[in-house]
Design a protein around this ligand. Structure first.
Ligand code: ADP
Length: 160
């Protein structure tokens, strides 16, 4: 049984995140999507709002569950018997950041492996921060996020 943890901010979840989750369901027995809460960071959506959105979005996949974590992700993985940290890679900038992070996590827990999954071409421009900015100007994000996320963004940025 191989259990993978897919951590991130998911502020908000995008089609890029869902693509990684969907593809990983065919590889791992279980995927734990983890909303990693960093007290230093400011989020648009509360952890509970992101939990509710993600729980609804992953409901088609029976081997995917959603969690909130405010501790070290390797500790979360160990507690949940996960052997893999799954990370999506959009470009070389993501890779540089993720590679360093994987070295750090390896030094914290040698038995947990980071696995990188490259994005698919149609998703490589999708970035939560850019989507929030676009939504704040009333831009059309319907190609980037599921309709429930689009609605949630509209409640945060009520324009027009
Ligand atoms: P973002 O950079 O969009 O704020 P998160 O912190 O929510 O991302 O990312 C969680 C994980 O999902 C990370 O591994 C990130 O690289 C990955 N990811 C985010 N967007 C995409 C995408 N469009 N394609 C593939 N992976 C992605």
């Amino acid at each position: 049984m191989v259990i993978a943890v897919f951590p991130g901010s998911f502020d908000p979840p995008t089609f890029g995140h869902l693509n990684i989750i969907e593809r990983s369901t065919a590889i791992f027995n279980k995927i734990l999507v983890v909303i990693a809460v960093n007290k230093e960071k400011k989020y648009l959506f509360s952890a509970q709002e992101r939990y509710d959105l993600l729980t609804n979005l992953v409901s088609p996949w029976k081997n995917v569950s959603v969690h909130i974590c405010d501790s070290l992700i390797v500790e979360f993985a160990q507690t949940h018997n996960a052997q893999v940290l799954l990370r999506g890679i959009r470009n070389i900038t993501d890779f540089a950041y993720e590679f360093d992070l994987s070295m750090m996590n390896k030094s914290l827990n040698h038995s947990i492996e980071t696995v990188f999954m490259p994005t698919e071409p149609q998703y490589f421009v999708l970035k939560s921060s850019a989507i929030k900015e676009l939504a704040s100007f009333g831009g059309n994000v319907s190609e980037m996020v599921p309709s429930e996320v689009e609605r949630a963004l509209k409640t945060k940025f009520p324009i027009g």
